[in-house]
Design a protein around this ligand. Structure first.
Ligand SMILES: [Zn+2]
Length: 170
């Protein structure tokens, strides 16, 4: 998934699960929700996407400040959860969409190649380091759109809800 979906999804979970969602916890959730993709620097969807590794990391980071644990874990695990879903591009949907924008077949092809290379993935290693097996749920265009739309919808509702309920006297 792209980073905007990761951010939105983690905020939604944070708003639902955390007792207090202030600016600081939101920042921690946001950073944690993007953190696993740092492995793009060496090998995307590495052990850094594994729930167990991320749990250990959250524990270590929260040694000095226990309040960090819940927001860190929510950010981390929301990332793992979303990355289990893969977009089935076998019908070249990306290329078709790109072609509608740029109206140039070879440029559209180029865009698709780069997007698929950048997001190239085959799920996440759910039980790493105990098993290197990757798990994924492949979605066709329609269900992918429904899920993406659903995330955006609850994100909007969450933001509105936070806006009207968060204590703004601070
Ligand atoms: Zn990722």
């Amino acid at each position: 998934m792209d980073w905007i979906s990761h951010l939105l999804f983690s905020f939604v979970l944070g708003a639902i699960l955390l007792k207090e969602m202030n600016r600081e916890t939101m920042a921690v959730v946001a950073v944690a929700s993007l953190f696993p993709d740092l492995d793009i620097l060496w090998h995307h969807r590495s052990g850094l996407h594994s729930p167990l590794i991320l749990l250990v990391l959250a524990l270590l980071l929260a040694i000095r400040n226990r309040a960090l644990f819940a927001p860190l874990l929510i950010g981390f695990w929301s990332h793992s959860a979303l990355d289990i879903f893969l977009f089935d591009n076998s019908n070249h949907t990306i290329q078709t969409l790109a072609n509608q924008v740029v109206a140039n077949q070879s440029v559209a092809q180029y865009i698709e190649d780069n997007i698929t290379r950048y997001t190239a993935a085959d799920g996440i290693m759910l039980f790493y380091p105990f098993s290197g097996e990757k798990f994924s749920i492949i979605l066709d265009e329609k269900s992918y759109t429904i899920i993406a739309g659903f995330i955006i919808l609850i994100a909007v509702i969450t933001f509105l809800w936070l806006y009207f309920t968060v204590d703004r006297r601070k």
